[in-house]
Ligand binder design. Structure first.
Ligand SMILES: Cc1ncc(COP(=O)(O)O)c(C=O)c1O
Length: 401
């Protein structure tokens, strides 16, 4: 039955775009995307020819200087944005700081930054730090109370489109409209949506967004992130990090900062060219992919996994809170999640854990097969039945995100 689903899958051919190790079922692309097949040669070319032979000439000859904008433009269709509204640079944390700081300056007199309690920690850390230096205050409310908590003092709402731990999805259009109705701006963290779900930043009228390059976009460990700002904000955008790469004329070496036109003003320092080369190869794995079809396949994989795990794995609780729309992941809860996951990894099925008791399994559409679901559930059922997980060591499970 699972092989029939693979045979009928129109996205199945995209799996050849990845160099996946034999004997492994990789269900952690929501944390670190796998190696694209094209990346080693592209990186080798960037090192040997572009850097080794081209030397400093490659900033122009290979358009290294434009990589943040060209990669941003390639990410744009994946997140439903115009090409000149996305830039690839820095980390999610740093981009969040730049955009949230700029947003506060667009709403002078308002002091509140509203977030969801229990969202990814770095977002809260960054916003608390920003609040401390700007006189703003960060208020965290439970998920269901976000819309009601947007008031006349709210400058900015910051939310993850897909929750990193539970996979729950916010209604981007509705919450964006609610923020705007109160005169506030909204910033979406797309770390668990970009490359996983069909995102429509432009159609949903979002103001700002940030997102990860190393998860679903397959850009490699620690890949640069991206930032989005709607075109209507570009002219007034004053990033709090005024770096020379965001200057209108970086090589004029002027004494004073004057912003580059458009999204480029969000750049701070020199782009990490080798990391950008890997990110470009990762983003290229999405060429020709219809994100609605990708989301539908991930949902089918997730539902299949949830159904089989519920039927065959006693002792785990399946958590899929939003049945209508869900991130490309499923959580199984077990009191000894880390031990069970360690045993699973020892048998070649790789997922990860989030506290206190969540095992997270990701189902990116481009390379996950329905057959993988069967192997993963068989392995989990066997690990649970044998009790071997009780002796599993989990010190090595130090995944960072
Ligand atoms: C929702 C979310 N935001 C931000 C981050 C951190 O991104 P960065 O390490 O690029 O700052 C992560 C990492 O997993 C994440 O899941």
């Amino acid at each position: 039955m699972l092989s029939a689903l693979d045979a009928a899958d129109s996205l199945a051919p995209f799996r050849t775009r990845f160099a996946l190790p034999a004997g492994i079922v990789y269900l952690d692309g929501n944390s670190l995307g796998p190696l694209p097949a094209a990346t080693p040669a592209l990186l080798a070319d960037a090192v040997t020819r572009q850097w080794g032979t081209g030397l400093i000439r490659s900033w122009n000859d290979e358009a290294w200087i434009d990589l943040p904008a060209t990669i941003g433009a390639a990410i744009a269709p994946i997140i439903g944005a115009p090409p000149d509204c996305v830039i690839a640079c820095d980390s999610v944390s740093v981009n969040l700081y730049k955009l949230a700081g700029a947003a506060l300056m667009l709403r002078p007199g308002r002091r509140k930054i509203l977030v969801e309690a229990g969202d990814f920690p770095t977002d809260r850390y960054i916003l608390d730090g920003l609040a401390r230096t700007t006189g703003a205050r960060c208020e965290a409310v439970p998920r269901g109370d976000v819309a009601a908590a947007i008031d006349g003092d709210t400058a900015l709402v910051v939310l993850s489109h897909v929750h990193f731990s539970t996979g729950a999805v916010h209604d981007m259009a509705a919450l964006t409209a609610a923020a705007h109705a109160a005169g506030a701006l909204i910033l979406w963290d797309l770390s668990h949506s970009a490359g996983a779900l069909a995102v429509a930043l432009d159609a949903d009228n979002a103001d700002f967004a940030v997102g990860c390059g190393y998860k679903y976009l397959n850009g490699g460990p620690g890949a640069p992130a991206f930032a989005f700002a709607a075109a209507r904000h570009h002219a007034a955008l004053q990033p709090p990090l005024q770096g020379w790469m965001g200057h209108a004329a970086p090589f004029a070496f002027a004494a004073d900062w004057s912003p580059a036109p458009g999204i480029r003003r969000l750049l701070a320092g020199t782009p990490p060219v080798l990391a950008m080369a890997a990110l470009a190869a990762g983003v290229a794995t999405f060429a020709g992919v219809d994100m609605a079809a990708a989301e539908a396949k991930s949902a089918a994989l997730a539902q299949c996994f949830a159904r089989l795990a519920a039927a065959r794995c006693p002792g785990v609780a399946v958590e899929m809170p939003h049945r209508l729309r869900h991130g490309a992941q499923v959580v199984l809860r077990h009191p000894q999640a880390r031990r069970v996951m360690a045993a699973l990894i020892a048998h070649g099925v790789i997922g990860d854990c989030r506290p206190p008791d969540r095992m997270r399994f990701g189902f990116p559409a481009l390379y996950t097969r329905f057959a993988d679901i069967g192997i993963a559930v068989d392995t989990l059922a066997a690990v649970l039945a044998s009790g071997e997980w009780q002796d599993a060591r989990f010190d090595a499970l130090g995944q960072v995100s």
